[in-house]
Design a protein. Structure first.
Length: 157
């Protein structure tokens, strides 16, 4: 829902362990928000320990977010209960750098006929995911190793 007419609002932050321990539940309430805890995204992060599969950055925080129309304040939205679907974004903090958002990556890219099945998904930081693009995992790892012995140097640029 990345639209020019909406803004993303962060409502709360939670340590990764707390949220991952709730993944077995069907849904939980955070205030007025019902969050489905058995989503594919959360299940993949739990199964793979919320670690980027390439640079090994560990996710440290979940942020509960909503999108609001740009012309409505948070106070107005609360009064009107005019919230869109709430969701979690996941972040990690590399040493000496700014926080990095995590995403789900397709092991076999959808462009290469990969599926959205949980067995074809892995957590990655946004930087690794953007670098990888539609390249398969093994080729991407070899490419990075060929460029530099220290993968983190590539990611910090």
């Amino acid at each position: 829902m990345k639209s020019k007419n909406y803004k993303k609002i962060i409502l709360a932050e939670f340590p990764v362990d707390i949220i991952l321990n709730l993944v077995e539940k069907r849904h939980v309430y955070f205030g007025k928000f019902r969050i489905y805890m058995n989503s594919i995204k959360l299940c993949v992060f739990k199964e793979k320990n919320a670690i980027c599969q390439f640079c090994k950055l560990r996710a440290t925080i979940f942020k509960l977010c909503v999108f609001l129309p740009k012309d409505i304040s948070i106070k107005e939205a609360i009064e009107m209960q005019n919230f869109k679907h709430a969701f979690f974004n996941i972040y990690g903090e590399p040493q000496r750098s700014t926080e990095r958002e995590f995403t789900l990556d397709h092991i076999v890219a959808r462009a290469n006929k990969g599926t959205n099945d949980i067995s074809n998904l892995q957590p990655t930081c946004a930087k690794c995911n953007n670098l990888k693009g539609a390249i398969d995992n093994m080729r991407f790892k070899k490419m990075i190793i060929g460029v530099t012995k220290n993968y983190e140097l590539v990611l910090k640029k």
